[in-house]
Every structure is written in structure tokens, then in C-alpha cells.
Design a protein around this ligand. Sequence first.
Ligand code: GAL
Length: 456
Amino acid sequence: FGVRPGSPFLFTIPATGKRPMDFSAEGLPIGLNLDKNTGHITGVVKEKGTHVIVLKAKNALGSSTRQFKIIVGDQIALTPALGWNSWNCFANAVDDAKVRSAADAMAKSGLINHGWSYINIDDCWEIKAKTDDPMLIGEPRNEKGMINTNKKFPDMKTLSDYIHAKGLKMGIYSSPGPLTCAGFTASYQFEENDAQQYAEWGIDYLKYDWCSYGRIAKDNSLPELKKPYFVMRAALNKVNRDIVYSLCQYGMGDVWKWGGEVGGNSWRTTGDITDTWESMTEIGFSQAGHEVNAKPGNWNDPDMLVVGKVGWGPQLHPTKLSPNEQYTHISLWGLLSSPLLIGCDMTQMDDFTLNLLTNDEVLEVSQDPLGKQAGRVSKDGDLEVWAKDMEDGSKAVGFFNRGKWKSEIKARWSDLGIAGKQLVRDLWRQKDLGNFSEEFKVSVPRHGAVLVKISH
Ligand code: GAL
């Protein structure tokens, strides 16, 4: 967990099991306090340094401990963000009540106990430029140049207090041009006001789009593509708050090569995802090669998750992905070390969706502290193997069947760069499959995935 010296700190110890629970943390740096009942760690650390903490959770049935590293330094987002974003479900239908119920649902469903933390408002919270909708009209900014919200969001500070009190974090959205993609007030020439306003509101995450900056940029050259992101980075650096900086310009100018240089914690590598097999797989499997650009604090972002009830609001429908396609989606996004942003209405999650998002052994692949992104190891027609190096020396390996028929997929140790007897564990089923030498092969259903950990 990365935090900058002097920035407000908030981390909720993820632990599943019966409440009440009693939390403890050994070795916390000076300035941090733990609430023993909720497991929320808050405070401010002034000095740079690395602290290895031992977290403990205890209930009537037993206890569990885990090491946790806090790095107080320049870099945040040391693991890919786990959260929710309003766009893929609500789009323009987002409002304060829906965001509150998303926070309620993240806590109540238990997602929070698996590490999920960000509640991010996407576009459509600002004043709209051209509209008759009484909820959206008004002065875009006040006399001091500070951005106004529309009537759907009466008080952002109260909303963020509500979210933070649950141990969750809050995100917001803007664009570097004069208007956002949906035609609402954006940050052009008010970047410092906006960064300051976000900090005052208690914002922890900014998704920063590109829309309408195309009119401002002189051309499509790299310096022009980078410029607005440097400007907002500088503005964010001036505020006394850690705000994850998420670039959203769809991969223009090979953003994966310079997203980190402009100070982005993540950058969208493609256009918008939809809940179809074609959209999800075209995006997901086109990430091969980008793994060289990902590391703790800097992540490729192949867009948000399309599981559960989605719809770009107000009408929602169950994702069009079949269950096996959803295993492919979550397995691949985890291997890709992508930010995982749930795109569905969390108040309407069924058991299958919740299971997809709360499998700790699968989430460990996404959240591994080494921060290596998987690369493609082999491709034989529709059959692909992807592998990710893990901190403990093991490999997380995905077997993907993009074809129409059930097929056997094989990974050779020589392709994975390993040798000898290896233990293979099925991560979705949380079950050891046995020891294997030289290779492992498995039958994978059409459009399905098998995700394993290989270790010795
Ligand atoms: C798009 C972006 C979407 C969403 C939308 C809001 O450019 O890719 O994820 O944020 O703008 O208008």
C-alpha cells in the first residue's frame, strides 16, 4: 500500500467471517491508528519509509494473520485499484442516492471484506452545457472558478464523508477539454481549481478523459497528447491528498509507453467496453505486449468490468456474457493487473456475480505486490495461454478457449520458463490438481477459462 508523506491515510483491513471481529496491527508507523472494531486504519504519516505490519483479525471462531507492507513514498496505487464505477450501469442516470447505495452494497454484500474499496462517480455529476433538464442546468462554476455540481449531487463533501465512514474511497471524473464526453463542465484552464476542489471534497481517484480536448490540441503529436495530462498531474501534486490518477484517452499515441511519464497511475488502452463476447475479448486479448509497461503505480487499463446488471442506465439488463465468458473476463483482467472496476448495479448482484468478484485466490492474482502483468505464452488458433509472475516465485497461468468447442489446452514448462515437478492449483475451485512434470493440459469449455497457480 503506497501513501505519500503527509497525505490522509485510509485502509480497511479486508477480512471475511463472522462479526464482531477484533482487529490488531503490529508495527504501524507513527501517525496511524487502527479502529479495532471496524479494521479501518487512518491517520497521516509524516516520514518516508517502508513498514512491514502484521495484521490480525480475530472472531469467536478463530483468527488469521497476514503481512502487509506500507510504503510511504512518492508512489501510490502500488496494486491495481479494486472498486466500482457508475458508467457501465447508470451513465447519465447516476445520482447521489445511487452512489450511496453502491457504497452500502459494497459493504453489505461483503465485497469490502475482499479488498474492494473505490466508489467512483463517472461523468454527469457536473452542470450540463446544452440542456433543458432542470436537474442539470446552472452556472458551471462559482465566482471563484470552483466547479458546481448539478442538482443530482447536492453535496459532494457529505457524500464523501458517507463513503469514507464505511472505510471506502470515493472517485470522480473529468476531462481536460472545456466539456466532458457527455457535454458537462470539464477542467480546461481550471485544473488547479478542480484538483483543489476534489481534495476539499475528499476525492481519492480521478478518471481524466480526453473529450473536447481534441479542439484545443494543435495536432496529434506526442507532446500535444501528453500536455493536458502533465497539467492535471501538476495540479494534483499541489494538493495534500493522494488521488489515484486514471487516464482515459483510449490508447492514443500508444499511451502505455508514456502514461507513467505523465504521472498516470493507470491509462485506458482501448475504446469503451460493452457486455458482448466480441467487445470483451477484442479488448482483453489485444493487451499482449503491454506487460512491459506495467508496474506498481502504473497500470494498463483495458476498461471496466461488464458482469452483473449493466446497461448504461437507466434500463439495466443482465450481462450478455455467458458464465464461462465471465470467467474468461475476470481471469484475464486479473492476469493483466488491470484496475478492476465493477460496472454493474451492486444492489442487484446475484450469487454468481458475487462469487466471481469475491474469490480471494483469483483476486490475489490481480493484487500480487510484484505488480507484473501477464503476457501471452502461446497461441494455437483459438487456444491461448497467458502467464503472470507472482511475488512468491509461482506463476499464475490462464488457459483460454476462444473457440466454439470444448478443447484441450496445454502449457509446456519450457514455454513458461520453469522446470521439474510443479504443483498445479485451480484458483477458481481453490483445489490442488496435483504435481506435474514438463507440462500441464486441461480441458476448457467453449469461451471458457481455467486459471491455475503453478509453484514448486
Ligand atoms: C468515455 C469513457 C467512458 C465514460 C464516458 C463518459 O470517453 O471512455 O468510460 O467515462 O466517456 O462520458
